[in-house]
Every structure is written in C-alpha cells, then in structure tokens.
Design a protein around this ligand. Structure first.
Ligand code: ADP
Length: 489
C-alpha cells in the first residue's frame, strides 16, 4: 500500500544540514522498509564522516546566535513546533506505523507523547533560573548561572521514532544548545518529518541538523561527533553495549553523556494484589509497541498463592490480542522491527522451553512466509533465572512468569540484574508499598501502575541502564552547565 500523506512534503528523504536538505556527500543511499511487508518505504541518504562533519560545522556556526536568543523566543519556537506536530499528527502517525510497524492508533498516541515533551520544554525554556549566593562580604556579589553546554549529539533508537528524538531535541533547544542528530537506521523518516516541522516553526538554519546513515555507517558518523571537541554532549537511547562504547569514546574529550540503555524490568504481583488491576497493568506495560519498549516488564514474578489465578486471567487476555499490520484498524500488536528482533525472541522462547519452562500461549512466528516479522503474543510459566529470557531484554511480546514465595526472596531476585531502568509491583498493603519501592534498584517504580511514562516525570535508569534523566523539571539539567560569577566592587 503506498504511503499517502496529507502533506506529501513531510516525507523527507534528505539530510537536514545547515538549513539545507541534502543528499549524502558520497551520493549513497539505503532503503527504509515497512516491517509489515518488507516493502521499501523510501530511499534515504547513507551518510558518512563528511556529512557528520558538515553537520557539526553547521551546528557550530548556529550556536552563538541561538544561545543568545531570548529564552522566551526559544520557548515560542518550541511552542510553534508543538502546534505543528499536533496539527500533523495523522501524517506523523502514518510515518511511524510505516517504518516502525506499530498500529496507527498507538502511533497517534506516540505523536501526542512526543509533542508533550516539546510543550513541556517550551514551558521550561523561559524558567531556567540561577542562584544568587549569600556573599561573605558586602563588597562581593556571587551568582551561579546556567549556560547551554554547546553542541549536542543525539543518537536515537527505532522503537519510538518520534518520542525518543523529541525528548532529546526539545530540552537541548530550550537550553540554547544546537543539535546534530542521527536517528536509527530503521526509522529515519519520522525524525526527518519532525525536523521539517521544526524548520517550519522557525528554528533557524543549523540549530537542528539530522544526518541519516545505514547500520554499516552509523558508527562512522557518530565517531566524528565523538572525536570533535566542539560537540560538548552526547545523549543516547539504545543498547547497553553501544552506550558503553559511546561513554568510553566521549571520555577522551570530556563530553557530558546521558545514556538511556536497556532494562530488565521486574513486575511483581504480591498475594495481596488486586489481580484484575495487575493483569491490566501488565497488559499495558508489556504489550505496548509489541513489547519493544525499554521499560517493558521482562520478568514477571507472581506469588504462589495467586499464581494460577493470575496466569489464567492473563492467558485469556493474551490469547485475545489481535496481531496484524498497522493498516488494519483491529491490530493491537504489529510486526517486530526486523528479522534480528524475531530471531532473538524465538531464541528466548526455545531456550526457556529447553530449560524447563512451559508454554501457555503463543510461542511461534506468525505469517513468516510473507516476509513480515510477526511473533505471536506468548506466555511462558516456570521461568527461572538461568533462562535467556530472564537475563536479557527480550524486547518482544513474551511474558515470562516465575513463581515466588517470600517478599525478601522476590526482592533479591528482582534486583539480581545489572540493569535498573523500570520496576513494577502490585500490592494493597501500604507498608509493603513503601518497603518494596524503597528496596527496588530502579530509576522508575510503578506501584499498582503499569503505564508510568510522562513528560512531567524524570525518565531514566540506574546501574547498567545508564544515567541522566529525560523529562520533568530535571530534564534540562543535562543540557546546562553552571557558571559561577564572583564580582568585587
Ligand atoms: P538496537 O540494537 O535496538 O538497534 P542500538 O543500540 O544498536 O540498538 O542502536 C541505537 C542507536 O545507536 C541507533 O541509532 C544506531 O544506529 C546507533 N548505533 C549502533 N551502533 C553504533 C555504534 N557502534 N556507534 C554509534 N552509534 C551506533
């Protein structure tokens, strides 16, 4: 099915560098495909080091006047961008669905979520206060003021093509930074459309630059940004190995780094939980974006006393999920992003079954002959900590359930992972809610809540899930540096 947009110019197939839409300098291109059909959706530039350098040159040239732009004026631009994103929500949702595969209704939800960060940081832009420090002498004045850190390199994943880039670009622009961005190779079209709307909102040339590259050339593009002294910050959402690489390389030039990496979220159902609420929470948290969400519950622990009842109710709900392409309005679960993703999920299911888990629902690829990447929503019980699905992020529609007996035991198990992004639990015991939330090693805890992300909340992790926070009043901190001024009369 051809991609039809209300405004066809939102389908951009060039890099945006210094206010110009350009081919890659070497003229190379690669294909973006629809994961539901494997059909080519568009050809985009396969950029290399030369394009990456041009983008930094443009961001560098634009920085002095952007940082000097009044915060209120930056806020107004962001507000206009927010309005344009909402006005073109349907086109953006179509682009997201086409390149990433999530059902259209869910894609519209992502657009609203992405826009909420732009609105939030539009509001924050004009409220970046410093401190007046009590002086030791009447002849001395001391202040601490915020400055933008400089050029920000933003590297984003494919699972939320609009939201991930919006929540990096919006705070950077609000703070007065300029940006060089590289969207994921699977999903560059949404980022380019957002950049087009930013341009239309009046964001000046060079303030936002987007460079697209294939998986093969991604590292070469980012390497230029990592090595360049002028780039002062790297913000990344993606896998832990790539995050570790970026942090190491950024150290050579002492760049600031924010990393939102993988998770291995526990979801604990205590014996005093409201089971229907827990099932609802798990369905919302697990099956959003077909499970391709870094805050998705990866390990579900259910107390022995309620295990069978919980599994029964959950299995019925999972069985009823409708799997299909984004173009089908009935679809609740779309295709996975690519063949690599399906291979991993299949490996996790096979490994769990080989090690003694039991399959309750699903467990296999769907429509494999079509070239699309579907996997049936799956429930596994009898999962233990030795299985790949409990140690690694499955990133797919698989619920892996482990039975537990004691609070102390389940807390030890929940924390027995290098990761610490999100954690969830359901309980009606108030004292337990305090205790368990305190004990969980995670940047975000959902207590009787499965959908916890919000632009007003600090999103981020601890341990191998990275550092830095996106959203909330703290979301600007990563893009600001402090200057202490000391003036004697
Ligand atoms: P995933 O495995 O989910 O695709 P990645 O961490 O590999 O997650 O990808 C997230 C982002 O990091 C993408 O934009 C990708 O192009 C980029 N990326 C992947 N490998 C590298 C690398 N070696 N150096 C810099 N960026 C990379």
């Amino acid at each position: 099915m051809p991609l039809t947009l209300e405004r066809s110019e939102l389908l951009r197939t060039h890099n945006l560098i210094g206010g110009q839409w350009r081919d890659a300098a070497a003229g190379r291109q690669f294909a973006v495909t629809d994961p539901a059909t494997a059909a080519v959706a568009a050809q985009v530039p396969d950029s290399d080091a030369a394009d990456a350098r041009s983008a930094v040159d443009a961001a560098h040239a634009a920085f002095p006047s952007w940082r000097a732009t009044a915060p209120r004026a930056r806020a107004q631009l962001l507000r206009r961008w927010h309005g344009l994103i909402l006005a073109h929500a349907q086109d953006l949702a179509r682009l997201i669905s086409r390149e990433q595969g999530k059902p259209l209704a869910e894609a519209r939800g992502e657009v609203a979520y992405a826009a909420s960060y732009v609105e939030w940081f539009a509001e924050e832009a004009a409220h970046i206060h410093g401190d007046v420090i009590p002086s030791p002498s009447p002849r001395r004045r001391m202040t601490a003021e915020h400055e933008p850190v400089g050029i920000v390199a933003a590297i984003t994943p494919w699972n939320f093509p609009a939201a991930m880039i919006a929540r990096k670009i919006a705070p950077a622009l609000a703070a007065g930074c300029t940006v060089v961005a590289k969207p994921a190779e699977d999903t560059p079209l949404t980022s380019l459309a957002l950049a087009r709307l930013a341009e239309e909102a009046g964001v000046p040339a060079g303030v936002l630059n987007v460079v697209v590259a294939s998986r093969e050339r991604a590292a070469a593009v980012v390497a230029v940004w990592l090595a360049d002294e002028r780039v002062r910050k790297v913000t990344f959402t993606g896998s832990t190995p790539v995050g570790r690489h970026l942090a190491r390389e950024a150290a050579a030039t002492f760049k600031r780094v924010s990393l939102e990496l993988g998770g291995n979220a526990p979801f604990i159902v205590f014996d005093d939980a409201d089971l229907d609420a827990a099932v609802d929470g798990l369905m919302a948290a697990k099956f959003r974006n077909a499970g391709q969400t870094c805050v998705s519950p990866n390990r579900v622990f259910v107390h022995d006393a309620v295990h069978d009842a919980f599994v029964e109710r959950l299995a019925a709900r999972v069985q009823a999920l409708h799997v299909g392409p984004a173009t089908d309005a009935a679809s609740q679960i779309g295709p996975l992003i690519n063949a690599r993703a399906v291979d991993k999920i299949e490996h996790h299911v096979r490994d769990a079954l080989a090690r003694g888990a039991t399959l309750r629902v699903g467990g296999a690829r769907l429509h494999a002959d079509s070239g699309a990447h579907y996997f049936a929503p799956t429930v596994l019980v009898g999962v233990d900590a030795t299985m790949a699905c409990a140690c690694e992020e499955t990133f797919g529609p698989v619920v892996a359930i482990t039975r537990f007996h004691t609070e102390a035991g389940v807390l030890a198990a929940a924390n027995a992972t290098p990761f610490g992004l999100a954690a969830y639990f359901y309980s009606r015991d108030v004292a337990r809610c305090w205790r368990v939330a305190d004990a969980l090693e995670a940047g975000m805890v959902g207590i009787n809540a499965g959908a916890i992300s919000s632009e007003a909340a600090p999103f981020g992790g601890v341990k191998a899930s990275g550092y830095g926070r996106e959203g909330s009043r703290r979301g600007l901190d990563d893009y600001l540096q402090i200057k202490f001024r000391c003036q004697d009369a």
